[in-house]
Design a protein around this ligand. Structure first.
Ligand code: NAP
Ligand code: MG
Length: 402
């Protein structure tokens, strides 16, 4: 059998700990036997981030802009405990944050559904994708503790030097105060990323804020979305048979619970933070969540939603058996390969990605799974396998499909 050829390299961002171990195995067992894999390799492992003073992360983001598609392994975001462990000269920033800032992206997270793992909301038969705005609001806030008898005002100094003030509150007792902001440009790129993703995946787009209470701030989000939709996307959505739907956040929550899934729910930064954890938990497992960062100019970075699974890695280092779930990492690879195939018009590569995904799901639905799923699966014939055995089992299923 001849291997599937690629045209443009994928930007490959390697990472840390257990997911780094899985990364190599995924390539060896399931990718390179079938695909003549072309990648431009960036080692974002913490050791190399230290050695390059984190330049490697910036370089990988630039390469993503150049080539258009990246696949990323989970990476350590250093905390105090990592300083001596990796002999760090600095507590390097989160690579995801750095890459997100460079690409100006929106993060889309979607669960992978399998028979035997029932969502806590059993009517959710299709995935709900959360699109989280990743700039501003409470994540870039200014806060103060305010003393009794104080008067708080909002003061804006305009470019011509004139000022505009607005009373916030006259404090009769002690209290607190907070200032938030966002940018039209960032909201607009968030809106475009959501509409493009809707078109890409043929799913309706829902957006919700609290504009009845926040008549200027949240209303601005609603207006920008509406304007961009009318001017740039309405016709494309009509043609694709999908819709854009705005509603209040409280109404959205009620509708989401009653729905069957199968749409993209665009959320402001804080709402997206909270709702994506709720959705991930309700669908069963963090190891079954995919994550893709999409930039407004159509650059894609695929990854798993979970971290480096540190606890399993320490077991692995001691030579103990691990049963770590590789599904989200595998789907990062299939997502990136399929997108590369789409952009380079390589139907064989796209079809390989489809078959590999099918092999993963089929393997689990036939009862072979890692420990995390074994604990929650309702299948009667379920069997727990170790990290490598799972990948080998997927390969057996894949061979039958190919
Ligand atoms: P984690 O890697 O998400 O794992 C937390 C726990 O969730 C694990 O101990 C395991 O539970 C379970 N789990 C997560 N993924 C799993 C998988 N694929 N298969 C089986 N079980 C899985 O979080 P962490 O261990 O707290 O964080 C480790 C490092 O990851 C940190 O340094 C953090 O900075 C980094 N991180 C990176 C990213 C990213 O790059 N995108 C995201 C989050 C965190 P049990 O131990 O009970 O089996
Ligand atoms: Mg969170």
């Amino acid at each position: 059998m001849s291997k599937i050829q690629m045209k443009t390299p994928l930007v490959e961002m390697d990472g840390d700990e257990m997911t780094r171990v899985i990364w190599q195995q995924v390539k060896d067992i399931l990718i390179t036997p079938y695909v003549d894999l072309k990648t431009e390799y960036y080692d974002l492992g913490l050791k190399n981030r230290e050695a390059t003073k984190d330049q490697i992360t910036l370089d990988s983001a630039e390469a993503t802009k150049k080539y258009g598609v990246a696949v990323k392994c989970a990476t350590i975001t250093p905390n105090a405990a990592r300083m001596p462990e990796y002999n760090l000269s600095q507590m390097w920033k989160s690579p995801n944050g750095t890459i997100r800032a460079a690409l100006d992206g929106t993060v889309f997270r979607a669960p992978i559904l399998v028979k035997g793992v029932t969502p806590y909301i059993p009517t959710w038969t299709k995935p709900i994708t959360i699109a989280r705005h990743a700039y501003g609001d409470v994540y870039k806030n200014t806060e103060m503790i305010v003393e009794k008898g104080s008067k708080a005002e909002l003061l804006v100094t305009k470019p011509d030097g004139t000022t505009e003030t607005s009373l916030i509150h006259e404090f009769k007792g002690d209290g607190i105060i907070q200032g938030l902001h966002n940018l039209d440009e960032s909201i607009a790129s968030f809106a475009r990323a959501c509409f493009n993703f809707g078109l890409d995946t043929k799913q309706d787009v829902w957006f919700s804020t609290k504009d009845t209470i926040s008549k200027k701030y949240d209303h601005r989000f609603k207006d920008i979305f509406a304007e961009i939709f009318e001017n740039e996307y309405k016709e494309k959505f009509d043609k694709a048979g999908i819709t854009y739907f705005y509603t209040l956040i409280d109404d959205a929550v009620a509708r989401v619970i009653r729905s069957n899934g199968g749409y993209i729910w665009a959320c402001k930064n804080y709402d997206g933070d909270v709702m994506s954890d709720m959705i991930a938990t309700a669908y069963g497992s963090l190891a079954m969540m995919t994550s893709v960062l999409v930039s407004p100019d159509g650059v894609y970075e695929y990854e798993a939603a979970h971290g480096t699974v540190q606890r399993h890695y320490y077991k692995y280092l001691k030579g103990e058996e691990t049963s770590t779930n590789s599904v989200a990492t595998l789907f990062a690879w299939t997502g990136a390969l399929r997108k590369r195939g789409e952009l380079d018009e390589l139907p064989e590569l796209m079809s390989f990605a489809d078959k590999l995904e099918k092999a993963i799901i089929t393997t689990i639905e036939n009862g072979t799974m890692t420990g995390d799923l074994y604990l929650i699966s309702t299948l009667e014939n379920k069997k727990k396998v170790n990290t490598t055995e799972f990948l080998e089992a997927v390969n057996e299923t894949l061979k039958e499909l190919i």
